[in-house]
Design a protein around this ligand. Sequence first.
Ligand SMILES: Nc1ncnc2c1ncn2[C@@H]1O[C@H](COP(=O)(O)OP(=O)(O)OP(=O)(O)O)[C@@H](O)[C@H]1O
Length: 244
Amino acid sequence: MIEIRGLQKTFGATRVLDGVDLTVGQGESLCVIGQSGTGKSVLLKCILGLEAPEAGRILWQGRPLDRAARARFLAGFGMLFQGAALFDSLSVWQNVAFRLRQRMSDDRARGIALDKLARVGLGPETADLMPAELSGGMAKRAGLARAIADDPQVIFFDEPTTGLDPIRARAIDALIRGIVTETGATALTITHDMASVARIGDRVALLQGGRIAHDGPVAGMDTAPALAAFLGRSPAPPAGFAAP
Ligand SMILES: Nc1ncnc2c1ncn2[C@@H]1O[C@H](COP(=O)(O)OP(=O)(O)OP(=O)(O)O)[C@@H](O)[C@H]1O
């Protein structure tokens, strides 16, 4: 479980995060949405320790993420980067096995990489290709295989469907949902894509004005006023409501 309490982060005169409170339950899939520039990436960077907040606390499994706890946390997380972010000079399997190769033989790491590639729908013929030879959808799948290579307890997805057409976006969402459900991993996804939220999230949180303006189940999101305002439309009537 990840708990974020009163997180504040300021750049110059701009307070980007102004007291963010957010909890991601064990095995839960939380999507964070918000307009461009509202601080979603800054929030993720604070969780990963890439930015230092000036106030607030981040707890993992009930303990503050100090230096030692963060090292353990980072050893057990996976991440799918926006644009997949594969290493150009490594083959697909070497990308997937990047972390594994630091602690096991290439033969073993390659075997695991091939299993993970199969899980995301990429056959063994893709293993020795270079990233430049992959389509956008294949690169995203390879990035996803890399994110799950080490059986992470926590997975971060940064704009997982950005740049994909609707059919490929749906396929990646289905893979993410399937993987999160079958591994029981805790998942935090940053996205603009509400169709994606509906497909992969259990809960959705709206980051607005430096705070969480809405936090609720995906199942009820069509009737949430804050989300409707964010999307620029009226909330859907509650279930059972009959128009006159
Ligand atoms: N290192 C930095 N120095 C100065 N300002 C920064 C820095 N990092 C982020 N910001 C500012 O913080 C604000 C939030 O940026 P962030 O990238 O988190 O937005 P976002 O919600 O992820 O946007 P998008 O959806 O477009 O990716 C922006 O105004 C950005 O310019």
